[in-house]
Ligand binder design. Structure first.
Ligand SMILES: CC(C)(COP(=O)(O)OP(=O)(O)OC[C@H]1O[C@@H](n2cnc3c(N)ncnc32)[C@H](O)[C@@H]1OP(=O)(O)O)[C@@H](O)C(=O)NCCC(=O)NCCS
Length: 198
């Protein structure tokens, strides 16, 4: 699995922001990953996506903390960082966690799940703030999509906060369309409204 299916394909991709050209020769790192040597205007960096391994667990947890702090879940859902990290470990063990690297530093992750029927779930995706808009998100989503496709997923779903404009823009660009909406109302308000005449 790789963000870029092959060096040739990476070379044909439109250039991410600030990248002037992709160096054609690059090194493969393991069977499931490919690292592209990408030349920025001011420096050369190696970027790529690979399947996360047990050795990445600490980095994944550290990034998940940042993700959890940035993308708030309503408190009433009762989701805790601790329960989320248990899920991270489950997904890591299931082989559906991927990390993006830049100069051997992990800058992002994606977590996926194969659900019932032929549904795949893109559970969480995160890129460190200073590494955004360099198409790591795209490469991560590609790795997750490839893995889910291999496992028989015909469709991929995800949830996103209405106010999360960057994520919504990315998902729309990748072809996601709204199919369901999650609505909420304070129970007090609902009962008050339903007991009135309005
Ligand atoms: C969503 C996120 C993962 C995108 O990562 P990224 O590496 O910046 O994404 P990419 O560079 O691959 O961008 C993909 C597309 O998204 C869109 N996009 C991304 N950020 C955007 C922004 N701030 N404003 C407008 N469009 C944006 C662009 O259309 C872009 O395509 P382009 O490069 O061809 O123009 C990243 O913003 C992030 O980690 N956000 C915080 C965590 C989060 O919200 N996760 C999603 C929870 S549902």
């Amino acid at each position: 699995m790789a963000g870029f299916a092959s060096p040739e394909e990476a070379a044909l991709d439109p250039m991410p922001t600030g990248i002037t050209h992709v160096v054609v020769s690059r090194r493969a790192v393991g069977a499931d990953s490919a690292i592209a040597e990408v030349e920025h205007a001011d420096h050369t960096s190696a970027v790529g996506v690979r399947q996360a391994t047990e050795r990445d667990r600490g980095a994944l947890h550290e990034m998940y903390r940042a993700f959890f702090a940035e993308v708030e879940t309503p408190a009433y859902w009762g989701v805790t960082l601790r329960s989320e990290l248990v899920e991270v470990d489950e997904i890591l063990a299931d082989g559906l966690a991927f990390v993006a690297e830049e100069d051997a530093e992990i800058v992002g992750f994606v977590l996926a799940r194969r659900k019932e029927g032929t549904r795949g779930l893109l559970s969480d995706i995160y890129v460190r703030p200073n590494a955004r808009r360099n198409r790591h998100g795209r490469a991560l989503a590609r790795a997750a999509a490839d893995a889910l496709k291999e496992r028989g997923a015909t469709h991929i779903t995800l949830s996103v906060h209405v106010a999360n404009a960057p994520a919504r823009a990315a998902y729309e660009r990748w072809g996601f369309r709204a199919r369901t909406l999650t609505l909420d109302v304070p129970t007090e308000e609902l009962t008050r409204r339903l007991s009135g005449n309005g």
